[in-house]
Every structure is written in structure tokens, then in C-alpha cells.
Design a protein around this ligand. Structure first.
Ligand code: ZN
Ligand code: ZN
Length: 159
């Protein structure tokens, strides 16, 4: 995914969940490994870890985006934008963001298992992500009832 796509994604989430525009820059930073995202108080920019997206998908990444946008909007509104502040806790709960910048606190690591397999429909190309190996012959495409093929996703070879 390109930075431009992320930028548009953050702008969309900002308007949809916060009712306010995101007017700064959002980009991926591959060096972010232990955190899912970061907000910079000096520049008001947001960085998101591409590892987060690759391992945990768009749903989890959107929760990180919401978390960083809570810092962003509260900071600009001169409200409590730190994790310990009530303003922050309340807004985060309201928009459904993840509680941690640190994407994977030790206890949650096991629950947040990455998608390792993908089922793809031979007819319409629809993709279904799976965490465990499944027998594709036991399933049909939910969209067109077509035949599915199983792929193993290889994270290590991606850059
Ligand atoms: Zn945070
Ligand atoms: Zn299909």
C-alpha cells in the first residue's frame, strides 16, 4: 500500500469518526516494529507501521489510525491528548480505537494471530483471509459459489 492510499484512508477515518478533517501528513514507516503507529506533536504528522498492516490486516490497522487520530485531534483542540487523560480515554472508546500505540502488548500477542493463508475464488477472484490452513474443497466462494484455491502467504519474502 502506498503512502497516498494511507493518507486518503486517514482523511476518511477522520471525517467519518471524528467529524473533523485531517490536514497533515500520514505515511508508513517500516522502522516502526514495536509500535503500530506514532503521532508527532511538533509536525502533527502520523506514521503507521506497515508491519501492522501486513500481519494484522486493515481492520486492526484502522484501530491504530483511530488511536493516532485521538492524539491528533485532542492535541489540536488543546485538550488532554495523552494516554492517561480522560479526554483521550473517552474519545478513544467512542471511536473504537485500540488502547495502545504499542500495537502488541505481550498479553495480546497470541490473540492477534496473523493471517497466514488466503483462499481465492477461481471464478470471481474474491479473497478470503485465514489464520489456519483449511481444506479449500470444503468451502465455496461466498459471492458466486465458485471453486476456491488455497495460498500460503509468505511474509518473510516481502519487503
Ligand atoms: Zn498513543
Ligand atoms: Zn467467487
Amino acid at each position: 500500500m502506498q503512502d497516498q492510499v494511507l493518507q486518503e484512508w486517514v482523511e476518511r477515518v477522520s471525517l467519518q469518526y471524528f467529524g473533523l478533517p485531517f490536514r497533515h501528513r500520514a505515511s508508513f514507516n517500516g522502522r516502526l516494529k514495536s509500535t503500530g503507529g506514532r503521532y508527532f506533536t511538533k509536525t502533527h504528522d502520523i506514521e503507521i507501521s506497515p508491519h501492522q498492516l501486513r500481519n494484522f490486516g486493515e481492520e486492526e490497522t484502522e484501530k491504530i489510525i483511530k488511536h493516532e487520530l485521538c492524539h491528533y485531534h485532542l492535541h489540536l483542540l488543546k485538550r488532554g491528548y495523552n494516554h492517561r487523560d480522560d479526554d483521550f480515554k473517552q474519545l478513544l472508546a467512542k471511536v473504537g480505537g485500540t488502547r495502545y500505540c504499542k500495537a502488541l502488548p505481550a498479553g495480546e500477542k497470541r490473540k492477534a494471530e496473523p493471517y497466514r493463508f488466503k483462499l481465492q475464488c477461481r471464478s470471481c477472484g474474491m479473497e478470503y483471509m485465514r489464520k489456519r490452513r483449511v481444506d479449500p474443497r470444503r468451502y465455496a466462494c461466498g459471492k458466486c459459489r465458485g471453486q476456491l484455491v488455497l495460498f500460503q502467504l509468505d511474509f518473510a519474502s516481502k519487503t
